[in-house]
Design a protein around this ligand. Structure first.
Ligand SMILES: [Zn+2]
Length: 109
C-alpha cells in the first residue's frame, strides 16, 4: 500500500533542493566560469560585497542565493567575490550579509 504523492507539491516553498539539482547547478556554475561573460566579470576585478579591486586569482564565483538553498547558477545569481568576503559569508545570503554589515556599521562607535 504505497500512497503516491507526486502531485500536491504546488504552492510549497522551495525547501532544500535535491542532491541531484545541487549537483546540476554546480555543474552549471563550472560551465558559467568558463564563459566569456564570467571572464569579463573577473577582468573588472571588483568584489560585489566590499567593492574593492582584486587580482583575478583572488576572486571567486559566489551565488547570491546559495545552491544549497535552491539558488541557480545563472548570470542573475552569481557575483564576483573576493576570497575574504566569500569565506566570511559562509551560508548567509547576500541580503543577510548586507543587513549584517549595515548593523555592524551602526553599532561601531
Ligand atoms: Zn570582498
Amino acid at each position: 500500500m504505497v500512497a503516491k504523492r507526486q502531485r500536491g507539491k504546488k504552492g510549497r516553498e522551495p525547501a532544500a533542493p535535491s542532491p541531484e539539482s545541487v549537483k546540476k547547478e554546480k555543474e552549471k556554475a563550472k560551465a558559467l566560469k568558463a564563459s566569456v561573460w564570467w571572464q569579463n566579470q573577473l577582468e573588472k576585478g571588483e568584489c560585489y560585497y566590499c567593492g574593492q579591486n582584486f587580482a583575478k586569482k583572488d576572486l571567486t564565483m559566489d551565488h547570491i542565493v546559495p545552491v544549497s538553498r535552491g539558488g541557480k547558477s545563472t548570470r542573475g545569481n552569481v557575483v564576483v567575490a573576493c576570497k575574504p568576503c566569500n569565506s566570511d559569508k559562509k551560508y548567509y545570503t547576500a541580503a543577510e550579509l548586507i543587513l549584517k554589515n549595515q548593523m555592524n556599521s551602526k553599532i561601531n562607535f
